[in-house]
Write a protein of this length. Structure first.
Ligand SMILES: [Zn+2]
Ligand SMILES: [Zn+2]
Ligand SMILES: [Zn+2]
Length: 95
């Protein structure tokens, strides 16, 4: 299948490093939803948010896989393959 993600080596954490978008907070902006980088645990805001910090993190760091941090959502997405990524461990709660 051409939709399978080939970047599972980038999945190195399930632990978010924040419970907010720190970059939005610094700018005094708000966000809509949060996404967690599965390579480093960076928390950034989604593409529906004004600043799109999750995508900017991918552009800057080339960490391709994010998982939704929204309550009740468990899906993951690969920016490079533009596909949902299945079978990842669930996010740990932020501590
Ligand atoms: Zn991928
Ligand atoms: Zn943000
Ligand atoms: Zn990252």
């Amino acid at each position: 299948m051409s939709t399978l993600c080939t970047h599972l080596d980038f999945v190195q954490t399930n632990a978010p490093t924040s419970r907010v978008c720190e970059e939005c907070l610094r700018l005094g902006n708000t966000w809509i939803h949060l996404r967690v980088c599965r390579t480093c645990g960076h928390v950034g805001c989604c593409d529906d948010s004004k600043n799109r910090h999750a995508r900017k993190h991918f552009d800057a760091m080339s960490h391709p896989i994010i998982t939704s941090m929204e309550p009740g959502e468990t899906w993951s997405w690969c920016f490079l393959d533009r596909t949902l990524v299945k079978g990842l461990t669930r996010l740990a709660p932020f501590k």
